[in-house]
Write a protein that binds this ligand. Structure first.
Ligand code: DQQ
Length: 452
């Protein structure tokens, strides 16, 4: 039985009412991934299999807000740009360990069989579902939960979001926790069913990141190993290190994104050897607005990860997105769904979603003296109910060199990529129909494309 469920008896019934409402909402992005309607949050179970990118995600099909009773929505793509919705993969059911909610997790393939690991709530326990028909339909494992409680005496009070990967000597699982200090726990299995606790994969300090790490992901990149965790307040951190003999020796920490809207990120490895990351882009408008709109949140654009010469993790939009470029302009342009490329030769800004007299505008600013790029949402909307603020990231630019920016604007979301060093993702909700201008402030050049 679902614990919070308004007037609909099935997702189909809910979609029939919510889809027209969602599609009529002027803030709904057009080229970012979204469920048909309803709420979404974390990407789950991202996996590439037989030419298809699979994206599962936390989903409430019954309204535009988060509820405990999360489902796993599911979509597939051949090229990371156009997505096809598949049936909801997992829903809270019966009296089982996940009857109050199917929370975040991951998918691995063992031959043609897919294993989805997720957290059943509440209390939290780790569960498994299996698909033998190409990830289409899922059966929950009769032996659930596969891990029923956090290790005794470990200082952990909550544990969730299992991430599973394969190594030469078996399967490993990392689980996020809340406790006296934040941790990712490490488990091992020979058969994907029975799991042995090995100890913490990594422990943090509560002064640095708070007491909670959610949504771990763990993968090899450029000869190093990377751990991702999402900590308070809504920050996805990367940790680069050396992974040997079940020990993770940390070399460097950094932020995957410096804006307020790139959370619970999860990756996949594809057939071209790329490591691709997706993040949840939370909303910055109140629950009532989401209920009325019939949808809430979207996914970031897929980004390719690499390590730069300093050992930092760098994310860039996947090149497949170039296929969305339509009409091109230079100098100044307009549109609510645009890609903008700019070079700033000194202090200045790229202004987007700007009304002709600047009553509303979203600014990407460059302050060379401080060496900071910032996403300024303070004037992004005249609606006092939306959350705004400014978010800054450090960027290195050699003396005399211009700052290079690339920004993707899609109605209420902006994703900024600066100097192939940092990303800033945010949300904005201009109220004025004419808040569509794009222009440069200061010295430099700007061009853009309407996005199809
Ligand atoms: N969201 C999920 C949890 C996860 C959190 C629930 C992170 O599994 O820890 O919707 O955004």
């Amino acid at each position: 039985m679902r614990d919070e469920n308004p007037e609909f008896s099935s997702p189909e019934e809910a979609y029939a009412v919510l889809i027209p409402r969602a599609e009529a909402d002027r803030h709904r992005p057009r080229y970012h991934f979204l469920p048909p309607a309803g709420w979404m949050n974390d990407p789950n179970g991202t996996v590439f299999h037989k030419g298809l990118y699979h994206l599962f995600y936390q989903h409430n099909p019954y309204s535009g807000v988060w509820v405990t009773a999360q489902h796993w929505g599911h979509a597939v793509s051949r090229e990371l740009v156009h997505w096809e919705h598949w049936p909801i993969a997992l829903a809270p059911t019966g009296e089982g360990p996940d009857h109050l909610g199917v929370w975040s997790g991951s998918v691995v393939m063992e031959g043609e069989t897919a294993y989805a690991f997720y957290t059943g709530v509440r209390p939290e326990k780790q569960c498994l579902a299996i698909s033998t028909d190409g990830l289409r339909t899922w059966e929950k494992y009769a032996g659930n939960p596969i891990i029923s409680a956090p290790p005794e005496g470990s200082g952990v009070t909550e544990f969730r979001d299992p991430h599973v990967w394969r190594e030469s000597d078996g399967w490993y699982m990392a689980i996020g926790t809340v406790g006296d200090v934040p941790r990712a726990l490490l488990y091992r299995s020979g058969n994907l069913l029975e799991w042995e606790y090995l100890g913490p994969l990594l422990e943090g300090g509560k002064e640095e990141t708070g007491q909670m790490w959610e949504c771990p992901d763990f993968f090899a990149l450029g000869g190093r190993q990377v751990l991702l965790v999402t900590a308070e307040v809504r920050t996805t951190w990367y940790v680069v290190g050396d992974w040997r003999e079940r020990r993770f020796a940390v070399e460097r920490w950094g932020k995957m994104d410096w804006g307020p809207s790139f959370v619970a990120a999860r990756t996949l490895g594809d057939d071209r050897g790329r490591r691709i990351i997706f993040g949840w882009a939370p909303e910055m408008r109140p629950a009532e607005a989401l209920e009325a709109a019939g949808w809430g949140s979207c996914m970031s654009l897929p980004r390719v990860l690499s390590l730069n010469e300093r050992g930092e993790v760098v994310a860039e939009p996947v090149p497949e997105l170039l296929a969305l470029r339509g009409e091109h302009w230079e100098g100044a342009g307009e549109g609510e769904c645009v890609e903008v490329v700019a070079e700033l030769e000194g202090a200045g800004a790229v202004l987007v979603r700007r009304s002709p007299s600047g009553e509303e505008e979203t600014a990407v600013r460059w302050d060379p003296a401080a060496g900071m790029v910032s996403l300024d949402l303070e004037r992004s909307s005249l609606d006092p109910a939306t959350t705004k603020g400014g978010y800054a990231a450090p960027v290195r630019v050699a003396p005399g060199e211009a700052l290079r920016l690339r920004a993707f604007v899609d109605r209420s979301i902006i994703e900024v990529f600066a100097q192939r060093q940092v990303c800033l993702t945010g949300r904005m909700y201009p109220t004025r129909e004419d808040a569509v201008g794009v222009r440069l402030e200061g010295e430099g050049k700007v061009e853009g494309w309407e996005m199809g």
